[in-house]
Design a protein around this ligand. Structure first.
Ligand code: SIN
Length: 277
């Protein structure tokens, strides 16, 4: 395996990897990147002007690509979702804390986001560390949470009753396909690191199995307030050709919407995961 230049970021989560060219990645560099991904749960690269074909090729080294059923696609590349905010668009995509696809029975492993066009100011993404969110809880509370399962859904975000599509210039589509609900443990053991992580999120978790709406709300709100404590969070400032690759099983992310009148275009590929428990 090749030693890479890896700088752990200040803040809650993630590391920046330098000294590699994703356009010609050796097997040994790839093995080191995989180790870093498992260790940090979130990795970033700078100055990687990869083409859509190279984006797909890189993603396929990690696993099967999940073709997102709600996002607009990059023309000619069904595997790549377009994360676009036009100058005159008010709502952005991903502008609330979430982890991708928790509403699926087998949630996505991770997402690889490439910056194609970014505003000169604003448009950063926040990431939060769900290992730390779990670790910071008391032993007694961890024990209680270990017996609970949470219900996740896509319907209220992407479904017929949501105005997300309209509000994002039709960037979000196919509301009739938002039929997914899933039940996952509130605390999961990460399949690769073996570490425990909090696995509920403000966008897609709709309740605790067997609990009333009010009881669920109270517990989830408490967990969320703990999860976003300042020491758990990293803020990433994009430049064109920056890349972020996050692990959905141990992080949340939040795309800030603070650049009115400017365009921001990202390409995202989501990689399939495995059953979580
Ligand atoms: C997303 O939630 O996938 C988008 C994140 C971003 O645009 O920064």
């Amino acid at each position: 395996m090749k030693d890479l230049d890896i700088k752990e970021l200040d803040g809650g989560v993630g590391a920046e990897i330098h000294g590699v060219d994703l356009q010609k990645l050796s097997n040994s560099e790839f093995a080191s990147i995989r180790d870093a991904f498992v260790k940090y749960g979130l990795i970033f690269f700078r100055e990687q002007p990869i083409s859509p074909e190279q984006h797909i090729e890189f993603a396929e080294r990690w696993g099967e690509i999940n073709i997102n059923r709600f996002f607009a696609k990059v023309e000619g590349y069904d595997q790549i979702a377009e994360v676009l905010k036009e100058k005159d668009q008010e709502l952005n995509i991903g502008g609330a804390w979430h982890t991708d696809h928790s509403y699926d029975d087998i949630p996505a492993m991770g997402s690889i986001l490439v910056a194609k066009e970014v505003p000169d100011q604003g448009g950063d993404t926040l990431f939060a560390n769900m290992y730390k969110a779990y670790e910071n809880l008391s032993d007694g509370f961890k024990e209680t949470l270990s017996n609970l399962k949470a219900i996740h859904s896509s319907r209220h975000v992407f479904g017929e009753q949501s105005s997300y599509g309209e509000q994002t210039n039709n960037q979000i589509r196919n509301p009739e396909l938002a039929t997914q609900d899933a039940i996952h443990p509130v605390i999961i053991t990460h399949p690769e690191s073996g570490k425990k992580a909090l696995y509920v999120n403000p966008s897609f978790t709709i309740g605790i199995e067997g609990w009333s709406k009010e009881e669920s709300r109270a517990l989830l709100d408490f967990l969320y307030s703990q999860a976003v404590s300042e020491e758990n969070i990293t803020r990433f400032k994009w430049k064109k050709d920056s890349i972020a690759f996050w692990d959905n099983r141990c992080t949340w992310h939040y795309a800030l919407n603070d650049y009115p009148g400017k365009r921001r275009l990202m390409h995202r590929i989501t990689v399939e995961g495995s059953k979580i428990s």
